[in-house]
Structures are given as C-alpha cells and as structure tokens.
Ligand binder design. Structure first.
Ligand SMILES: Nc1nc2c(ncn2[C@@H]2O[C@H](COP(=O)(O)OP(=O)(O)OP(=O)(O)O)[C@@H](O)[C@H]2O)c(=O)[nH]1
Ligand SMILES: [Mg+2]
Length: 443
C-alpha cells in the first residue's frame, strides 16, 4: 500500500521545538491525505448529452446515500412542472408543423379546443419559483429546450463550443466557461422575453396550475393526434419522460409538492461542468465525477482525466434515430460512437477498466417496432423489430472500436429503474474494488 514517512525525533530543548512539532504534524496530515487519495477509486461518468450519466449517479445516491435532500425534491417539482407544460405546448406546435391532425385544433370539438387554448396561453415562468428551480442555469436550459426562435437558440449555443471535431470536442482545454456573468444574464433576460411571448396571448385569462394540469391530462388522454406527435419525437427534441410528467401533472401542479425518487430519476437537469460525489462502498472510498455531455461542456473534461481508476461510458441506444439537441444535422448514435472511440482508445485510459452502459433499453424496446434500425444504420442485418438483434448490433459496433488489449465490460441498462440498477451498480463497484485491491497488492 505504499510507504509511510517516519516521524523525525525532535529535541525538546530546541527553542523552535513547538514550531517544528507543528510542521511535522502538518506534513504527516498531508501525507496521510495523499495516501488516502491514492487509495480512492476515481470513477468518471462520460458520454454524450442526455445519455443518462446523472441518472446513473442518482441511482448511486439512492443506493448508498439514502436518496435526495428536501431542497432537491422541491427543485425538481418546479423543473418538472415547467417541462410538463412546455412539452405539451411543443407537441401542439410540432403537430401542426408535421401535418398531424389534432382534435383540439377542431373548433367543433369545443372541450378539447378550450383546453388547448388554456395550455397555449399559460405562461410557464409565471407559475414557478425560477430561483428554486435552479436560477440562471435553469433559465438557460429552459430557453435552449423550448424557444421556437432559432436565432435565440443559436445565441445560447454560441456561448459554448459548437464544433464537435473528430474526437467529439473534448481534448481541447481552455476556451470560454459556461458559467454566468452580467452580459450573459442580460442576454438571458432578452431571450426569456422571446420565449414568454411565443404563441401566448397577453390578454389571456389567468388559470390555476390545477386547471392547466387537468387540461394537459385531457389533451394527452383524449387527443390521439397529441400521442401520434409524441411517437414522432425523434425528429424534434422533447423530454423522453414527458408521458410520465403528463400522467402525474396534477401532482407537479401543487406548489408544495415533494418529488418522489422516481420523479427525480425521470426529471432532467442538464449537467454544467463536472460534479464530484463521494461514496463509501464496502470500506472503499469512491469519488464519482459526472461530466456534462453536451458539446459545449466537453472542453472541461480534460481537467479531470488525471489519476482516474476507471471510466463508465454511457450510451443511449434508443437514440439511434434521433439528432443532437446541439446540432440537429447530427445523429446522436454517431456522436456517441465517435466519443467512445476517442475515449476508449485514449492513451491515459488504455490500461484502465472501461465499462460501457448501453442505456435506455426500455425506450429501445418500444422504438425498434416503429423505427427500423436499418434506415439509420444501413449495414444492420439483424431482424427488423427485434430488440435483441438491435442491441447485439450496437454492442458489437462499440466493441469493434476498441483498439486496446483490455476488455470492455458491457451492461445493458435502464438507468431510471432502481431495482435493475442496484444489481448492475453492485457488480460494477465490486469489480472495481477487486481490481484496486489487486493493483495495491492486497489481494
Ligand atoms: N426511459 C429512460 N429514461 C432515461 C434513462 N436514463 C436516463 N433517462 C432520462 O434521460 C434524461 C437525461 O438523463 P441525464 O441523466 O440527465 O443525462 P446526462 O447524460 O447526465 O445528460 P448531460 O448532463 O446533459 O450530459 C432524464 O430525463 C432521465 O430521466 C433510461 O434508461 N430510460
Ligand atoms: Mg448530467
């Protein structure tokens, strides 16, 4: 386990005795911290944006830290309410663009027509405490996701790195940070006004959140066009958990609603920068680093690549027919493969355990039935509609990229499912602990 320095014997008659003694104590403490740090497992969660990295970390928190504090449960309540209303507005607007007929657009269907009007007129940001929802980060994310104004979107995207390059844009230290500043806040205010006025009627009657929630549930359950539009959501961007939010809209409408673990696992807050969470698992200290995966975030990755023990790469397999939020000309799976290639063959990682989570298999199961893999990956020769063949194909695609000698450990995951993740995460942490013990010569 490495060597420890011996403490020098001090002369008690020395006039500097106390100072030297203090120095010794500090040196010992630093050495101890260094040793402890060396014995720590440093695990990196990497992958493209929205692949599920933070959801994996949330499961670790459920498993090893007893869940989430009250403040976070309240924060998610606000965020999910904003996502619930905005997702329904988006489905209505996108249905028109895609030429999908909505019952609620038919004025003779008075009830649904009126419910639609309520939802479109409702100002989401008036109904939540934006500060409790996450302040400037929440507002930035909100604008990016929901503004229909392409110019506004571009302004925000341009505050980070747009180009992915050949390695997905991560091996490029420096550049501008996406942290807030005054001029950015000004821009944000302007953009929020753009969003607030999109499709909304300033003379609209004020509705309660409960009324809006009821309208959303009615539109979701009774307007087949809305559901049809959601099934085509691979051609535009919407929260994957939107159906769950719609079903539970009446809960998220309550100002004092405290989110359950499941709500938090289904909710989404984009990671900005790199978060660090410490765990004690079977007497081993784990430091888990969760990095924001969108292109503008990747330039920060390089700063946490030193002294890592292992990498968990999360790829959302269900996204084979979707385009990037950052660049709707680029297929999400191609982006994930390119990133995986550059990371798994990266010189600092070639001797480290590398774990691949093929995530969102639950969504993949639904998707292969309606969206043929071959349309997006022409060399796919498995059976159409067969999830097992599709998963095998993507697994082989990722594994074929590994040019190192070390094996890649693959797990098929549904990161929102606590039961199955408990099993997977226990297997992963056990394996890492064994590897660490072997390396330190203790096993
Ligand atoms: N249905 C389903 N949803 C998932 C799964 N994994 C993650 N999600 C959802 O996908 C969304 C994005 O997940 P995150 O964990 O925030 O993604 P991320 O990789 O951390 O994204 P960035 O922070 O932008 O890099 C969230 O709404 C999650 O609930 C899964 O296996 N199945
Ligand atoms: Mg994240």
């Amino acid at each position: 386990m490495g060597c420890t320095a011996s403490t020098p014997v001090l002369d008690t008659t020395d006039p500097d005795f106390y100072e030297k003694q203090q120095n010794n104590e500090v040196e010992q403490m630093l050495l101890q911290h260094h040793q402890q740090d060396k014995n720590k497992v440093k695990m990196l969660l990497l992958g493209a944006g929205e692949s599920g990295k933070s959801t994996v970390l949330k499961q670790m928190r459920v498993l090893h830290k007893g869940g989430f504090p009250m403040q976070e449960r309240v924060q998610y309540g606000h965020i999910i309410w904003a996502d619930t209303v905005s997702s329904m507005k988006k489905l209505i607007i996108k249905a028109r663009e895609l030429g999908i007929k909505l019952d609620c657009d038919d004025a003779s269907n008075r009830e649904l027509f009126a419910e639609k009007q309520k939802v479109l007129d409702y100002k989401v940001l008036d109904g939540i405490d934006a500060l409790a929802a996450g302040g400037a980060n929440f507002l930035r994310d909100y604008v990016l996701k929901y503004t229909q104004n392409e110019e506004a979107r571009q302004k925000i995207m341009n505050s980070g790195t747009r180009s992915g390059g050949t390695n997905g844009g991560w091996e490029n230290p420096g550049g501008s940070s996406s942290g807030g500043n005054d001029s950015e806040d000004e821009t944000m205010r302007g953009l929020l006004e753009d969003v607030a006025t999109t499709g909304e009627n300033p003379s609209a009657k004020k509705y309660t959140k409960a009324e809006i929630a009821a309208a959303i549930q009615k539109l979701w359950k009774e307007d087949s066009g809305v559901q049809m539009c959601f099934s085509k959501s691979n051609v535009f961007h919407i929260e994957g958990s939107a159906p769950y939010f719609f079903e539970k809209a009446h809960f998220f409408a309550q100002d004092d609603y405290v989110c359950t673990d499941e709500d938090i696992l289904k909710g989404r807050i984009k990671t900005v920068g790199i978060t660090e969470t410490n765990f004690n698992i079977d007497n081993t200290k784990f430091k888990i680093l969760d990095a924001g995966g969108q292109r503008s975030e990747r330039k920060k990755w390089i700063h946490c690549f030193d002294d890592i023990t292992c990498v968990v790469f999360v790829a959302a397999v269900s996204e084979y027919d979707e385009t990037l939020m950052e660049d709707d000309r680029f297929n999400r799976m191609h982006e994930a493969i390119m990133l995986f290639d550059s990371l798994c063959n990266y010189k600092k990682f070639v001797n480290k355990p590398f774990i691949l989570f093929l995530n969102k298999v639950d969504l993949m199961k639904d998707k292969v039935r309606r969206s043929p893999v071959r349309k997006y990956f022409p060399d796919y020769n498995g059976k159409t509609n067969d999830v097992e063949d599709a998963l095998k194909y993507f697994e082989n695609l990722f594994l074929s990229i590994n040019r190192s000698n070390r094996p890649i450990y693959v797990h098929r995951t549904c990161a929102t499912d606590t039961q199955s993740m408990k099993f997977v995460l226990t297997a992963v942490t056990d394996m890492i602990i064994q590897e660490s013990l072997k390396k330190s010569g203790l096993f």
